[in-house]
Design a protein around this ligand. Sequence first.
Ligand SMILES: *Cc1c(COP(=O)(O)O)cnc(C)c1O
Length: 355
Amino acid sequence: MSLKPEDLLREEILALRPYHVAEASGLVKLDAMENPYQLPDPVRSRISGLVAGAEINRYPDASAGALKARLRQAMGIPAGADLLLGNGSDEVIQILAMGVAKPGAVILGADPSFVMFRMIAAFVGARFVGVPLRADFTLDRDTILGAIRQHRPALVFLAYPNNPTGNLFDRDTLTRIIETAPGLVVIDEAYHVFAGESFMPKAAAYDNLLVMRTVSKLGLAGLRLGLVAGSGEWLQQFDKLRLPYNVNILTQLVAETVLGEQDVLEAQAAAIREERGKVFEGLAALKGVSAFPSRANFILFRVNDATGVFERLRQRRVLVKNLHGSHPLLTGCLRVTVGTPRENQTFLSALSDCL
Ligand SMILES: *Cc1c(COP(=O)(O)O)cnc(C)c1O
């Protein structure tokens, strides 16, 4: 009798569905909330120089001091808050979840929201409690406060704006959650540059609030760099779980340099915000499409026969994300990332052919 995975692995791991990344070569790629713009040539040349000169025979700066100083300035981290860096904010989520995963520990989030909150809870053996959103994707204050009172989560994850719905939850509700939760509350601000709202200024004001950011949606998804800001007392403990050198030398050098180019990054974000308005109008003008207002760099929309529309879009070489079937509230829903003006035009005209 040969040994099988079922004999050895935890049940919740066997039950996981793998995180699916769609094949995208040759397609207009509007499925993953990437920034569609390359950096300007002078910045790319500087990156070439940095990479050529990097001492890749040495381990990177373990504390990433220069990069942290740059992040503090570029992201407005309050003086009283500490920072912890991850290989993408996915790794930050994992570090936080590992830290609290005592037997019986609960991690709570909105539902639907970012799938990694639920998946990582399973990785670490914590119980995930999903608090259902309303049909319009707003967060019901009494429902979530009741769930927090009932389940006493060690960690609450709230994406602000939420993925995949694109909306910002009510700020007062989040403040109430921070003030009443018995554990830590993580506000995930992956889409901050598109939202114009933030809890970062409060990162040192509550000892149970952690504010998470990433450079991925800003235009640096390939570097893999995320961060969390909050009380040093907490982050020094979580830092023990961070693998040494988790942020590699090329990421440290390139991110430090590019984050110094605030004008470039802000111009790209502004272009995406403007295009978001045009894509929304384009969707709203199509018969049989209902689009949900977004404060992020993507738009969720509902059609009849979402899977058919998704497939027909792909035949026209446009890749979006099909969320139909992933959650009852997302029935009929597709999610499109805002691309360049040309990509968005291609998408809208392909979509009108596919309905
Ligand atoms: C995309 C996304 C992330 C992942 O960020 P990485 O830094 O690329 O790991 C985190 N949270 C939310 C809500 C996201 O949508």
